[in-house]
Design a binder for this molecule. Structure first.
Ligand code: V47
Ligand code: SF4
Length: 385
């Protein structure tokens, strides 16, 4: 099958011409997954050859108490939840997790949580300092833009977002993860995650972070109540924000886009089927094609599964996140939060698909490793954009 509607898009992709929003929509509407995959693979190989990145990391979700109730989320709890599984980590427990991650050879800790209704701002700066003290080499990638705005509210600082990011940076914050973006559309916002920050504030946090020298990532949560037009609009808004960072000559910008497939689980939207494998591959490939100024596209195997993430390497993906270990926000196919994949298993999946696995740190520098001992190779890997 070859969808004739894709021909003009193919011409653009092979000539290195930026795709329009209409092109994005045509791609998402097409069922010709092979032609879309070939185009995304062409771009991916131009940027990264056959290199596929992974990292040795630990995710930590420090609390599931949350002031919001996003309809797609099965992670949040309210105080006195009858299920009796509300939790929050103490600073000492977090420091202990950092020590364990460090001893195990991790290079990164990825920390996000609910919007805790009464923890003070000092909890977050203490957390960063404690991790930094326990494991000074660990890169701390922490707090979605939604959490940053929450911290700005509770910290009562003037020039809130910038002041808070600066204080967090001084306490050890290394970069921002891409969560909390969901879908940049007011209708979807009001129906599925009312109360959360809107796109303008999400972008403001990331653009402020870039100005302060902090790299960040971006996500899109797809396969729930959004339309294909909403997805394209989201890509365009991210692409324009990245254009602004590049035009301003900022060394810090978005590194990676992570399309997150909606996992219905026990959420309020559990009656929805969630995306299919075809949808997953298409979203990853179209992310690669539309976000021509993003260096990396990541498949998050925790949500996309490892077999589909492996396949996605031929559909534009150049990064498969890392070893993760514990993940509370979604639990695909079970209730256990222990979701660990070993390095040999990750590397095998990459090699078997015909790609070359390369361990990276959070900033995409190559890692030289001997067991739990590691060092950063001095030459930065080419980002290609
Ligand atoms: O912000 C919540 C999403 C995000 C569900 O930056 C759900 O490297 C699917 O942002 N189904 C957190 N998604 C995860 C995240 C992330 C993951 C991996 C790497 C990086 C990175 C960032 O998960 C939340 C929310 O958008 N989420 N519930 C759900 N039911
Ligand atoms: Fe809270 Fe985040 Fe879940 Fe929304 S997605 S309810 S902000 S934990």
């Amino acid at each position: 099958m070859h969808d004739p509607a894709l021909k003009p898009i193919e011409d653009k992709v092979y000539a290195g011409v930026r795709l329009s929003p209409e092109d994005g929509l045509t791609l998402l509407r097409s069922r010709d997954i092979w032609t879309i995959g070939d185009m995304a693979d062409h771009v991916r190989r131009k940027l990264h050859g056959s290199t596929t990145y992974y990292n040795i990391n630990r995710h930590l979700n420090y609390t599931n108490l949350c002031a919001l109730s996003c309809k797609f989320c099965s992670f949040y709890r309210k105080k006195d939840d009858p299920r009796g599984d509300v939790y929050e980590y103490s600073i000492e427990q977090i420091a202990e997790e950092a020590r364990k991650a460090d001893t195990g050879g991790a290079t990164e800790m990825h920390i996000v949580g609910g919007l805790h209704p009464w923890l003070p701002f000092s909890y977050y700066t203490d957390m960063l300092r404690a991790i930094h003290e326990a494991a000074p080499r660990l890169h701390i990638k922490a707090f979605t833009a939604v959490e940053i705005v929450h911290l700005a509210r509770i910290s009562k600082r003037p020039r809130k977002i910038e002041a808070v990011l600066l204080e967090l940076k001084e306490a050890g914050l290394g970069s921002l993860p891409g969560g909390g973006a969901e879908v940049f559309d007011d209708r979807v916002h009001d129906e599925a995650f009312k109360g959360k920050i809107r796109s303008d504030q999400w972008l403001e946090v990331h653009e402020t972070a870039h100005r302060l020298g902090l790299m960040s990532n971006a996500t899109i949560l797809y396969g729930h109540i959004e339309s294909l037009e909403d997805r394209v609009h989201h890509f365009v808004m991210l692409r324009e924000a990245q254009d602004r960072a590049i035009a301003a000559g900022l060394p810090a910008r978005f590194q990676t886009v992570i399309p997150l497939p909606f996992v219905p689980d026990d959420s309020e939207l559990a009656h929805l089927p969630g995306p299919t494998g075809m949808d997953d591959l298409k979203m990853l490939a179209v992310s690669r094609l539309m976000l021509d100024n993003f260096a990396h596209v990541k498949a998050f195997w925790i949500m996309q599964t490892l077999p589909l993430s492996q396949l996605s390497l031929s559909f534009g993906v150049d990064d498969i996140d890392g070893t993760v270990v514990w993940y509370d926000i979604t639990k695909v196919g079970g209730t256990d939060t222990h979701q660990e994949v070993g390095v040999p298993e990750l590397r095998k999946a990459v090699v078997e698909a015909g790609f070359d696995p390369v361990e990276r740190d959070t900033l995409y520098r190559r890692i030289k490793r001997d067991g739990a001992q590691w060092s950063v190779e001095t030459d930065r890997v080419a980002t290609g954009v």
